[in-house]
Design a binder for this molecule. Structure first.
Ligand code: RAM
Length: 877
């Protein structure tokens, strides 16, 4: 319980002032960035009653309002490139805070059609194999020292830039992956310090990446977005003498081959250090034998600014063991399945090649690469032979725990460089059960491994696609663990763009046509509704509801049309309860629960959210229309799939879980019967998992709703396969795609889809946070919290900590004998309703620390009537 030390706040102060969901607000894409801040105070119950914002010399004056999350920009809109220092101070009933540290907020190129001048300088055309990276460079003179310099850059491909021999920024795989034909992200850098009076040089590395490299399974496709890469840069310099200079990618750039002779996201990178060109991005370099770069126009209308943090190197992991296999090859075990690449230090002889292969698992002491399918995941470094050489690939990442190193000299060492979107960690869980804690750590690592600009299904094989269903079920967990609002806002913009083009929400976003044209599929397509709702619920972002509103509506309307007059979606393609453990490995859609039942329940859930969204946005007509539709779908579901006594047409766990958590059972009697039947089915299955993709994220909530929390614990703490803890007992360090990705005999599941890093089944962590620890949102952004811990499973203590938009929330409990002690810590501005087990009494908590003690009785004696544990969907009485 003491893993998270309480902070003492001796004074009242405003901290963590931020703009939109970007932590470094340079080059913002909006002229009116919304602002958020946190208040720290040691006065119990303290809450803001008013604030004053300043932006440059503009001030809002005192505004009577408790709002402190995504508060509307108070000043005249920013012009393109305009920067203003923002501060805030707040008042509570009793005190006034000091003025906060200033936050410099700077707009980017707000109207790219007018502000963007750069063309693309091109790389080579694609071939049937991974292409090389090329170098591109130009030189320019500055008449005086720079006073302010901004570099805006993007690529059709992936790029890195250098100025005068120095790397620009620390982004990995920029510009990231968006639906490039709709939205191409540009990056903004402050490069004032990298320039000087006189001659300067700028250089770029450019490779195929997602734009032109191989994407997708079964051989995939190349050149999905275009057959030739391009780099676009616009450097804007204001010099001390008042002169202004703009350097762009244009016909003056020159190009040459780089040491990277081939690079691809799946196959890896080849680097020949003998081909390095010293000083190539510095002014004095002789580039006469470089070729002039060809250029082509860039359509500026698709350019967008970043909405979240970039991909970066976020950690280094050193091997926990280094062994030699039967053939004398070195195998490094990093002790953790992760996403990134190796940094190798070697002292070989010139011309020798160090080969690095990657895998998630070993079998018979060797790397086992079959689960990677057609991803080679192999990097090669050819030594130049000048003492100690250190190399890390630039334009590839792999999902791996083990690496095989061959060909290096005797002193060759490797370390793993973890790469993913550089989100701020915001959520923690701890309990008295080490296996449960490891499960939670595995969820965190699977999120890290798969939030690489796009929320992907897996990071290792020839796939790594933004599967919508996976994200739809995982988003609530993700939003607790990390501040992923920016990343998901960007992804949702792609989802909406693809949906508008394709006429439906595709299976994954960005869309790459691999399996024929996109088709609507329940649960997966419902990401269009679920994800913005989650962002609203967890980050209080009404803006994202507004932006996604047409996409949400289009999805619900499309499914309503498919369901037709009888309001059942029981035709066409469905993934259904994908990967039900009872389905044969080669037929993952052959689940026990009828696909039409799953699809209709999913539709009912999305339809039910629509009026809530419409209400939030003040769309009264839609509110009434969709409320009626949602009721009609629920009724249709009841008519078709539920008996009057509460049995379901598919007598399977997922069917009951969907009905119970979706509010689809009209009568109390039906709910009780369904709850009992679900409990029976779970017990009959021996408390092993009996649900697939659609049911697994809901099963513990469904049991809780049915008043069977102890059965949920039984399921949660099961160690026999299939279960959440079985992989943990098998040494898993991430969440697996299949419960038995590794079979009990230690061999790898022979199925074609056997990833060891797939976050979807980790969605249970949201239940750990909300119900085991008892920390659930009860109003957007956790402004109000439901503290409803439900101890069980023999746990002695548990706690969850969340850095909400308002500040740190902690709920911790510990049992001693038959007493339960609960601690609740809330930040200023946040209140909680506290519901302790075994009593119908409720308590109110305000900011600061509140402590409660109650008797723990047999949970079966709990007098509280069963009710949904996800309170946010159910208005407080
Ligand atoms: C697999 C993906 C993903 C799932 C789809 C249906 O290929 O890895 O997890 O959403 O199938």
């Amino acid at each position: 319980m003491n893993r998270f030390i309480e902070q003492r706040h001796p004074i009242m102060r405003v901290v963590d002032l931020r703009a939109e969901h970007v932590r470094e607000p340079l080059g913002l894409g909006t002229p009116r960035p919304r602002l958020s801040w946190r208040l720290e105070s040691d006065v119990p119950g303290a809450a803001q009653v008013a604030y004053e914002l300043t932006a440059g010399d503009w001030t809002s004056g005192r505004v009577e309002s408790p709002d402190q999350v995504l508060v509307a920009w108070p000043a005249p809109p920013l012009a393109a490139r305009e920067a203003r220092a923002v501060t805030v101070r707040v008042w509570t009933d009793a005190r006034t805070s000091a003025i906060s540290e200033p936050l410099l907020v700077e707009a980017g190129l707000l109207d790219p059609a007018a502000d963007w001048r750069a063309a693309l300088v091109e790389g080579p055309a694609i071939t049937g194999e991974d292409g090389p990276a090329v170098l591109l460079r130009t030189v320019f003179d500055l008449p005086a020292a720079p006073a302010r310099a901004r570099l805006y850059a993007t690529a059709q491909g992936v790029y890195e830039l250098e100025l005068n021999g120095q790397r620009v920024g620390d982004h990995v795989l920029a510009p990231g992956w968006t639906s490039y034909h709709h939205r191409l992200r540009y990056q903004a850098f402050d490069v004032t310090q990298a320039l000087h009076r006189g001659p300067n040089a700028m250089g770029g590395w450019l490779a195929e990446g997602w734009y032109a490299g191989r994407l997708g399974f079964r051989g995939g496709r190349r050149g999905v977005y275009g057959e030739r890469t391009g780099l676009a840069v616009q450097l804007e310099v204001d010099c001390a003498d008042g002169s202004r200079h703009v350097v762009t990618t244009d016909g003056r750039w020159r190009t040459a081959p780089s040491p990277i002779t081939a690079t691809g996201l799946y196959d890896g990178e080849r680097y020949d250090a003998r081909r390095e060109l010293d000083g190539w991005s510095s002014p004095g370099f002789d580039d006469r034998d470089w070729a002039p770069a060809t250029t082509r126009a860039l359509d500026p209308s698709i350019l967008v600014a970043a909405e979240g943090p970039p991909v970066r190197r976020t950690g280094i992991v050193r091997p926990v063991a280094v062994t030699r296999d039967r053939d004398g090859r070195t195998i490094a075990d990093f002790g953790q399945n992760l996403t990134g690449r190796l940094r190798v230090t070697t002292t070989g002889e010139r011309g020798t090649t160090v080969t690095l292969r990657h895998a998630e698992v070993l079998q018979d002491g060797e790397l086992y690469t079959r689960p990677l399918r057609e991803a080679r995941a192999t990097d090669e470094y050819t030594v130049k032979g000048q003492g100690t050489e250190v190399w890390e690939p630039r334009f590839t990442v792999h999902g791996f725990r083990y690496a095989e190193v061959t060909g290096g000299g005797p002193g060759t060492t490797v370390e793993a460089v973890v790469c993913h979107t550089d989100m701020v960690r915001t959520g923690w869980f701890d309990s008295s059960d080490p296996l449960l804690n490891r499960l939670h750590d595995n969820v965190v690592w699977s999120m890290r491994g798969n939030f690489l600009d796009v929320p992907t299904d897996c990071p290792q094989r020839d796939e790594r696609l933004g599967w919508t269903g996976d994200l739809a079920v995982f988003a609530p967990t993700a939003a607790f663990l990390y501040d992923c609002a920016g990343l998901l806002t960007s992804w949702l913009a792609d989802l909406a763009a693809e949906q508008a083009e394709l006429g439906t929400v595709p299976f994954y976003v960005p869309w790459v046509e691999l399996l024929g044209p996109p088709r609507p599929a329940a649960v997966w397509g419902d990401a269009a509704v679920d994800t913005p709702w989650t962002l609203f619920e967890r980050f209080a972002d009404t803006g994202v509801l507004r932006t996604q509103y047409p996409s949400m509506r289009a999805w619900v309307d499309q499914v309503a049309a498919l369901a037709g007059e009888h309001r059942r979606w029981d035709t066409g393609f469905q993934f259904g309860d994908w990967l039900d453990p009872a389905a044969p490995p080669e037929r993952p859609a052959a689940a026990r629960t009828d696909a039409g039942l799953v699809a209709t329940a999913a539709h009912a859930r999305s339809a039910r959210r629509r009026p809530a969204v419409a209400d939030e946005l003040g769309e009264a007509d839609d509110q009434a229309r969709y409320a009626a539709h949602a009721a009609a779908v629920a009724e249709a579901f009841n008519d078709e799939y539920v008996t009057p006594s509460g049995r379901l047409a598919s007598d399977a766990q997922t069917a009951y879980a969907l009905a119970l958590t979706g509010g689809l059972l009209a009568q109390q009697e039906q709910r009780q019967r369904a709850g009992r039947r679900l409990t029976e089915l779970v017990a009959a299955e021996g408390y092993r998992i009996g649900t697939g993709f659609a049911g697994t994220p809901l099963i513990c909530d469904a049991l809780t709703t049915a008043g069977a929390e102890q059965d949920a614990y039984h399921l949660l703490l099961q160690r026999e396969c299939p279960s959440w803890l079985y992989p943990v007992t098998m040494g898993a360090t991430t969440i697996w795609e299949r419960w038995d990705s590794l079979l009990p005999d230690g061999t790898v599941n022979p199925g074609e889809m056997t990833s060891f890093n797939h976050y979807a089944l980790g969605a249970v962590a949201d239940w750990l946070h909300r119900t085991v620890a008892g920390l659930a949102p009860a109003a957007p952004g956790y402004r109000r919290v439901l503290v409803r811990p439900r101890p069980g499973g023999g746990l002695e203590h548990a706690e969850a900590v969340h850095d909400s938009p308002y500040g740190r929330i902690r709920v911790a409990w510990r049992r001693s004998h038959n007493r339960l002690h609960v601690q609740v810590t809330l930040p200023p501005g946040v209140t909680a309703r506290v519901e302790l087990p075994g009593t119908a009494e409720t308590f109110e908590a305000g900011s600061g620390l509140s402590e409660y003690t109650c008797e723990l009785r047999n949970p079966a004696d709990d007098p509280r009537p069963s009710e949904p544990v996800h309170p946010f969907d159910t208005p407080e009485e």
